[in-house]
Write a protein that binds this ligand. Sequence first.
Ligand code: RP5
Length: 161
Amino acid sequence: MSVKVGIIMGSQSDWPTMKLAANILDELGVAYETKIVSAHRTPDRLWAYGKTAAERGLKVIIAGAGGAAHLPGMMASKTRVPVVGVPVQTRALSGVDSLYSIVQMPKGFPVATMAIGEAGAANAGLMAAGILATADDALAERLDAWRDALAASIPDEPTDG
Ligand code: RP5
């Protein structure tokens, strides 16, 4: 199975959040790679990753970072491969800093920005799967089944306790 999704993050400390994206891709049978790529600490690694992403066959890049979260936007500036941004929750500013750093991209270089934190990471996995499913009928069926199962798990009425 060729790797079509790259999950990148600014730090090892982002992994507990970004793992939620990986878990979704595992559930849906989508191959991915994971890398630590920091916009500030390893800018040459960022450049090399972005420069080769399309030719290596990546179809979606999920990029998570916290604080001055420049990784998703810088990656979007370096590759045409769609970038899904995950604002990692921070201690100082609860991830609002991350969100604002990722979401306000200038015209021409979009980042599909998810919610702050774990829900955003999980949704990034689902977003990547949805993009790939437009050209993969078997994955589309698995994604539909995943969504049906989630809907079926929601009770009709609330209960005490
Ligand atoms: C960002 O700074 C990373 O994405 C991470 O969210 C944050 C803190 O990184 P560490 O100091 O924990 O390595 O670049």
